[in-house]
Design a protein around this ligand. Structure first.
Ligand code: CTP
Ligand code: CA
Length: 223
């Protein structure tokens, strides 16, 4: 029923969550990153813990306190987030929720000294980072795997494509083109899609949205 959150919903489950941005170094003082605040991922970690799960939060650099009863592993680069994720999935976990805004590309070369200003134009070559959630979904010890997709247009079409291409069990998608959702906001609205169904979670506080998402995950995971 509405407003009744079951505190044993995920008891006995190990839930692993990636959150925040990653940071890809250009040189010792410069890096490439994105607008992720980590708030949604931290809210999901908190909600999973409140649902009785054992929670591991693999976090990029964010400015947020660790939720109560959550084990946090700090990483900086996408390849570190990948390694940490493969390590916990390799040990066995039940649910993996990829909320992180992983940098899609990293500089091909990271200079070990500060790059000096010289010519009028310089070129930065980037190489694609590994897809963490796709690797989790392809793992021999595959957990119930949930992705996120922040899109600015054709939201449902792109999310559906990611669900299929990455072989996910579920994807939570939000339209970040508006002003009241996504990134640094305290509110969010999600459309949650799985093979054969979907549910709209209307605009609400991220903590509230996170609880509803955890409920949906628990229902689909236990089927
Ligand atoms: N993701 C990931 N590893 C990456 C890139 C993305 O685990 N290297 C995960 C995100 O955490 C999210 C999902 O994949 O759960 C979708 O991320 P998104 O950036 O929306 O999709 P991409 O596949 O990176 O495609 P694009 O950015 O081009 O839309
Ligand atoms: Ca991306």
């Amino acid at each position: 029923a509405a407003n009744v959150f079951d505190h044993n919903l995920l008891s006995g489950c190990h839930v692993v969550i990636t959150a925040g941005p990653t940071r890809e170094a250009i040189d010792p003082v410069r890096y490439i990153t994105n607008q992720s605040s980590g708030k949604m991922g931290y809210a999901v970690a908190e909600a999973a813990a409140e649902a009785g799960a054992r929670v591991t939060l693999i976090s990029g650099p964010v400015n947020l306190p660790t939720p109560t009863r959550v084990h946090r592993i700090d990483v900086v680069r996408a390849d570190e987030m990948y390694d940490a994720s493969m390590a916990v999935v390799g040990e066995g976990c039940d649910v993996f929720i990829a909320t992180a805004a992983v940098a899609d590309y990293r500089p091909t070369i990271t200079s070990d000294h500060k790059i000096k200003k010289s010519t009028e134009e310089i070129h930065l070559t980037l190489v694609k980072n590994p897809d963490i959630v796709a690797a989790v979904a392809a793992h021999a010890r595959r957990p119930f795997t949930v992705g996120f997709a922040a899109e600015t247009h054709d939201v449902i079409t792109y999310a559906q494509r990611k669900l299929e291409n990455k072989h996910l069990d579920m994807i939570a998608t939000n339209d970040v083109s508006g002003e009241n959702v996504g990134f640094n906001s305290d509110n969010n609205a999600l459309t949650v899609i799985w093979p054969g169904g979907h549910k709209v979670l209307p605009l609400a506080a991220k903590r509230q949205i996170a609880k509803q998402l955890i409920e949906l995950i628990a229902i689909r995971y236990k089927r």
